[in-house]
Design a protein around this ligand. Structure first.
Ligand code: DGJ
Length: 730
């Protein structure tokens, strides 16, 4: 922890952390988060989370005027259970004797420059000038458990992060049934809640609905963050739009099962909370031991959902993703999966790589199907766990193919083709040498059946020997070959488990593996994946700078997936490829240009089709499409995103990205269906400087004011048409 810097008298009211007696304020450039200690009860009461304020807003309702619901009209910062607050608790502890009553009271506080490190968990990071921390210590005399509420403020990004650290001070074990990373009560008003919902091949669709009385919740019980719901909860005023109005976002830095809960109380107050899923916790906390909750990042913007997203994007690029590639343009790649599936071997791979290099592809990725000796990976029934090249497919070893591929020159560049590889290290097929040797390494519930999904079982990453095996087998693979990219897949959920607490123990083991390998191989570009985009979360992003967003490469569906993902995650973290047409998933047909224009609205652009199957005209287009992707990629990697028209709003979704210095921008505009005898709507750009002049692709120059207020109209033609336009400030 950094040096203690208690605020001095005379400090500005808008310093990042201001303490006035027992009243606390965390201030960003445009936001304030405030709470205080109630002198009578020792409780922490919330005062404000929203735009900048210098005092606590006037709240008449902090003392119940009448009625018997003792705590129901208080806005509470760390609500527990059993003392008259009948709303959703943020912490729920079962004592050794079986009681579940708690009453956490304020003890003390500390202010730090910088941010404390809890190395077992991913977290945002920053230096002493970028982030300040307030730790508020609470104590529950009923359970003899201490709780540190650890708040850090990234003032530049209008972000407050919070986690809870629980320590058992008693001589007996207690069970932590629930601990929300963030819980805050906001004033009575009309709100909407926003979540990102989905399934395989339709990940992260934005869902907005009214906050009603009672509890509304969503989450994951799959053991991973999941396709179903993303670990993000948005709250907006009912009138908030993409570009105006209050928007709060809570993003959980966690890869396991989670729960997001919104409860509008009978008094109309709204409690929002997010944390590990309480049905998969029951954490046995032994005397003297500590449980650290995941961190939740909370941002607020008065500029609508778009403003909230841009706060997340900047924070995550600068203070979450640790990879050296975070602000580096990504190499255009070709991935073998939808070209060859399990038909990969020395001959097919070399042929595909030669074609790829000839078109200007810079990274060749060998996907699933390359490994397994005694149990060859010729389909999804065998081989997972045996991370050695299959000798029938690669008689000269993996080394030979890597050598050949990495000797190929990339057309139009002085570079050689790079080599990347697919792995799925958390899994094992029962048909594998690994399973034969270690049947007890898999997740299971005693002697009950172990249910298989995609013919595979989940290794129990809570076991140190499993962590060691994965680290050493991956180290051998990566040290022995010139591999510069790894796609880390994960293709099933956890079914049977030995105990609820093993879900979180698994995730802690996973983070240890991620941390060790990414620290050991910092120059590898790591990409996360989980049956497409089932594990796109801030925990993964700490270690991997990009995540494969979906197995669905249909251009229309991908527009929605990219827009939904961008509610929280920067486009720089999205992996997207041009698949075949018809799409292998939707069977829809779209032009190569349209599919490519959608795929390049991402951080990592690639091809996932065999170029030899294209007609000559299409094949000729590929080098130009790759160079366009390379031209716009640096803007996407570090720029600010403006969603101009949402896919759910109609036929012409559009977005633009403006480089951080404002000198360049790129516009992505799409027409989904052809329109007959109907004007194309005017597209008003955003994020430019009104009085600056911008040159667009055709050489014409317009002021930012004209482009933003007058807008542009694009003469689209036919179904699935698109434009990618670059703008340069003059
Ligand atoms: C699921 C991934 O999403 C695909 O891209 C591919 O890698 C397959 N797994 C391979 O089994």
């Amino acid at each position: 922890m950094g040096s203690i810097a208690y605020p001095q008298p005379g400090d500005s009211l808008l310093r990042p952390i201001v303490v006035d007696g027992k009243s606390f304020a965390l201030n960003g450039k445009n936001i304030s988060y405030r709470f205080h200690v109630d002198e009578t009860t020792g409780d922490l009461l919330s005062d404000h989370f929203g735009g900048l304020v210098t005092e606590n807003p006037i709240i008449p309702g902090t003392t119940p005027s009448s009625g018997w619901s003792m705590n129901g009209s208080f806005r509470r910062e760390f609500p527990e259970s059993g003392k008259g607050d009948f709303r959703n608790p943020a912490v729920y502890i079962k004592h050794h004797e079986g009681f579940t009553v708690s009453h956490f009271r304020f003890q003390s506080y500390k202010v730090f420059d910088g941010k404390p490190d809890f190395p077992e968990m991913p977290a945002t990071f920053g230096n002493v000038d970028e982030v300040k921390t307030l730790v508020v210590s609470m104590y529950d005399a009923y359970s003899d458990v201490a709780a540190d509420l650890v708040y850090s403020v990234f003032a530049e990004h209008d972000a407050i992060v919070r986690r809870v650290v629980l320590t058992n001070k008693s001589a007996k074990p207690v069970t932590i049934e629930k601990v929300a990373s963030f819980s805050v009560d906001i004033p009575a008003a009309e709100y909407d809640m926003v979540c990102l919902r989905g399934e395989w091949s339709r990940e992260r669709a934005e869902l907005r609905r009214k906050v009603e009385y009672g509890m509304q919740s969503f989450g994951s019980t799959t053991g991973y963050s999941s396709h179903h719901y993303n670990p993000f909860l948005g709250i907006t005023s009912s009138k908030t739009t993409e570009s105006s109005g209050d928007a709060w976002g809570y993003s959980l830095v966690y890869t396991g099962s989670f729960a997001a809960e919104v409860e509008k109380s009978p008094h109309g107050l709204v409690r929002t909370s997010i944390g590990m899923n309480q049905y998969q916790l029951s954490w046995d906390l032994q005397p003297g031991k500590t449980l650290v909750s995941p961190e939740c990042v909370a941002v607020y913007s008065s500029s609508g959902i778009g403003g909230m997203s841009r706060n997340f994007h900047r924070l995550y690029r600068q203070h979450l993703i640790k990879s050296v590639f975070v602000s580096e343009p990504r190499p255009p790649l070709l991935n073998s999966w939808e070209c060859l599936y399990y038909g990969v071997n020395e001959r097919t791979i070399e042929k595909l790589a030669v074609t790829a290099a000839g078109l200007g592809v810079k990274l060749f990725v060998l996907d699933d199907g390359w490994f397994g000796d005694k149990y060859p990976r010729i389909n999804d029934k065998a081989g997972l766990g045996d991370w050695k090249a299959n000798p029938d497919k690669f008689p000269n070893g993996l080394n030979r193919v890597v050598d050949k591929v990495t000797k190929l020159s990339v057309a139009g560049s002085s570079k050689r083709l790079q080599f990347g590889i697919w792995v799925e290290p958390e899994m094992v097929n029962p048909k594998s040498e690994l399973y034969a040797e270690h049947p007890n390494w898999v997740m299971s519930a005693g002697l009950h059946d172990r249910s298989e999904t995609r013919n595979q079982l989940v290794l129990n990453l809570a076991l140190p020997e499993v962590q060691d095996f994965i680290i050493s087998s991956m180290t051998t693979l990566l040290q022995g070959n010139a591999i510069t990219y790894v796609k880390w897949d994960h293709n099933r959920a956890i079914h049977e488990n030995s105990a609820p607490q093993n879900y979180h123990a698994y995730i802690l083991g996973l983070y240890k593996v991620f941390d060790t390998l990414t620290t050991r191989f910092p120059d590898i570009l790591w990409e996360g994946c989980a049956s497409g985009g089932g594990r796109f979360d801030p925990g993964v992003l700490q270690y991997f700078p990009q995540v494969w967003a979906s197995d669905n490469m249909d251009g229309i569906d991908r527009i929605s997936i990219h827009f939904g993902t961008s509610i929280v995650y920067p486009l720089s973290s999205v992996g997207a490829h041009v698949g075949a047409s018809p799409s292998h998933v939707t069977k829809r047909t779209q032009s190569l240009k349209f599919r490519a224009h959608v795929a390049m609205m991402s951080g990592s652009f690639g091809l996932e089709l065999d170029p030899e199957t294209l007609d000559e005209a299409e094949k000729k287009m590929i080098p130009d499409l790759i160079s366009l992707a390379e031209r716009v990629n640096p803007i996407i990697i570090t720029g600010d995103l403006w969603r101009l028209r949402l896919p759910g709003e109609g036929n012409h979704p559009a977005a633009m990205v403006v480089s951080r210095d404002g000198s360049q921008a790129v516009l992505f505009a799409y027409q989904l269906l052809s329109t007959v005898m109907h004007e194309i709507p005017v597209l008003k750009l955003q994020g430019l400087e009104a009085m600056e002049r911008y040159k667009i692709d055709n050489g014409a120059i317009y002021s930012g004011a004209t482009l933003m207020n007058g807008g542009i109209q694009i003469a689209f033609e036919g179904d699935c048409d698109s434009r990618v336009m670059c703008l340069e400030r003059q």
